[in-house]
Design a protein around this ligand. Structure first.
Ligand SMILES: [Zn+2]
Length: 349
């Protein structure tokens, strides 16, 4: 092979593209995408969820998304329980969207997406991106932290203060917690493609997982509630010396409070990662989305967090966005069996 673009990496026994040409070859048409989904959902071969028979399903050439059990002849849809279900757009378009959204172009607009894929309707592009964005919300997120220490801080986002005196008018208060991780040797593990994105900081630290949230005020109650929801008990938390954080130690955390007094050197030394996150977040919100209104901010925080936490694992991001995880337990009977052509409930994530 001469001058080939980077090859796909294998994650488990599934290929994952590392370049656009590579992506195009892997997911060239509807059948290629369907085969991929079948492989993800039934890695050991199709098992009929009704009669339990393990036998290659019958395929229908005019309905490539349908698998028909060779014994009981019931039909299953490969897209059941995913965001793609009920969509008339080709699966390859969905795959492109998920790939671009997770690994290529943060904050891609519907107009850009429509143009890139040559879609005739803007509404199609908008709907696809909208559904993928909705899939970035994980209602049952685990708490982060221990064994890793975390940095916690809050910041104001958005709004204008011009002509209204000093203070935070129309601004939204955002709280964040991020894990401090020690930089490891560059190794490729489990779909980890880009160790160089590891945001190296002084002392070999880089950011691990992130949680962001909107809070109504800087009170101890608001901050402690967020900490308890987001951070594992016994985690070592570093904060500034704002009194709202004082009681975290009595809430089961190891607490270090740093007196910053507006000194950027102290900030850089003690809370480097969370401030880096806040800076990048604001740049992203302002630059790509031209600012975000307070009611939409939580959705954008979700999107930012989703991408941030999976930046080393585009493969996982890609699959979880499409809702094609190997575990299909969350799929209900009705969702799996596509008789009524009804939209299934959103998949559990
Ligand atoms: Zn069957």
């Amino acid at each position: 092979m001469t001058n080939e673009s980077p090859r796909a990496v294998l994650v488990g026994d599934l290929p994952f593209p590392t370049s656009l040409p590579n992506f195009q070859r892997l997911f060239s048409d509807e059948c290629a995408c369907v085969d991929y989904m079948v492989h993800v959902r039934w890695p050991a071969g199709f098992i009929c969820p009704i009669c339990g028979v393990k036998e290659a399903p019958l395929r229908i050439s005019t309905r490539p998304r349908v698998l028909r059990c060779s014994k009981c002849h019931r039909e299953a849809s490969v897209t059941a329980g995913t965001v793609m279900h009920g969509s008339h757009s080709p699966l390859s378009v969905w795959f492109w969207a998920a790939y671009l959204v997770t690994s290529m172009t943060p904050g891609m607009s519907a107009v850009q997406f429509q143009r890139q894929l040559g879609l005739s309707r803007y509404e199609t592009a908008f709907q696809i991106l909208h559904k993928l964005r909705a899939a970035m919300v994980r209602p049952h997120r685990d708490r982060i932290g221990a064994p890793f220490p975390v940095e916690m801080d809050e910041t104001w986002i958005g709004g204008r203060t011009r002509g209204e005196g000093r203070g935070h008018h129309h601004k939204t208060l955002v709280v964040g917690v991020v894990e401090q991780r020690k930089r490891r040797k560059k190794t490729e593990v489990d779909g980890c493609l880009s160790p160089s994105k590891a945001l190296p900081r002084r002392g070999g630290l880089y950011a691990g997982r992130l949680r962001l949230g909107v809070i109504v005020d800087r009170s101890a109650k608001s901050l402690e509630t967020f900490a308890l929801e987001s951070v594992q008990p016994s985690t070592h938390i570093t904060t500034d010396d704002w009194s709202g954080y004082d009681k975290l130690a009595s809430r089961g955390y190891q607490l270090t409070q740093v007196a910053q007094r507006g000194d950027p050197d102290v900030t850089e030394a003690c809370l480097p990662l969370i401030h880096l996150v806040f800076g990048n977040l604001k740049t992203w919100l302002n630059g790509i989305h031209h600012g975000v209104s307070p009611q939409h901010l939580p959705a954008y925080l979700n999107e930012y967090t989703f991408r941030f936490n999976r930046r080393f694992y585009p493969f996982n991001a890609f699959r979880s966005l499409l809702g094609i995880v190997a575990d299909t337990e969350a799929t209900t009977y009705d969702a799996l069996y596509d008789r009524a052509r009804a939209l299934p409930p959103p998949p559990e994530r």
